[in-house]
Design a protein around this ligand. Structure first.
Ligand code: MN
Length: 205
């Protein structure tokens, strides 16, 4: 086991009513765990390739991944790191707005927090099929909102994600059914700005 599923930093029921307990349980304990297991299985025969690398380091250079497991690692390594990010940037006592350097960068790039929020919402709403909306720090150190299909990680495009909204149906369907915009609106009540700010500072230092 190279890559271990991180512990969920709260109980299954603590994100309710914004994300219900059963959705969190199935999403974490089955979907996220399956990405971790599948990633480990895919890389089991390549210990000399892994050689202490993090999943982030592996995804940053997908062409170096052994060809016969490359797509498996893109899918499941992406699924692993995307969900590590997702759970870490949610919290029962979340919401509100960031401050300090992150708020300044948001205002500089998007004009205002409200216009930033609108761009993130639009990206998340318009992912066609399964995928993600991410806020990333790009190679120039600037903020960007990007969409991603499947479990593709922005890390493979040289970008550092600091916020990710999972819009696969498994993230919301039990409670919200087809109403993806309602799930996206709810997410803002449980965003962990302290962790998002920490990731921003780490990505821009
Ligand atoms: Mn998911």
């Amino acid at each position: 086991m190279n890559f271990e599923l991180p512990k969920l930093p709260y109980q299954y029921n603590e994100l309710a009513p914004f994300i219900d307990a059963l959705t969190v349980e199935i999403h974490y304990d089955r979907h996220h765990r399956a990405y971790a297991n599948n990633l480990n299985n895919a890389l089991a025969k390549y210990p000399e390739f892994v050689n202490g690398k993090t999943v982030e380091e592996i995804l940053a250079d997908v062409n170096s991944i052994p060809a016969d497991v490359r797509q498996l690692v893109i899918n499941n390594g992406g699924g692993f790191v995307n969900h590590n990010l997702y759970w870490s940037i949610l919290t029962p006592n979340g919401g509100g707005k960031p401050n300090g350097a992150l708020l300044e960068a948001i205002n500089k790039t998007f004009g205002s927090f409200e216009s930033f929020k609108e761009q993130v919402d639009n990206a998340a709403k318009t992912v066609f099929g399964s995928g993600w909306a991410f806020v990333v720090v790009n190679k120039e150190g600037g903020l960007e909102v990007v969409k991603s299909a499947n479990q593709n990680s922005p890390i493979s495009d040289g970008k550092k994600p600091i916020l990710g909204i999972d819009v696969w149906e498994h993230a919301y369907y039990l409670n919200y059914q087809n109403k993806r915009p309602d799930y996206i609106a709810a997410i803002w009540n449980i965003l962990n700005w302290k962790e998002i700010t920490r990731l921003f500072e780490e990505a821009t230092k």
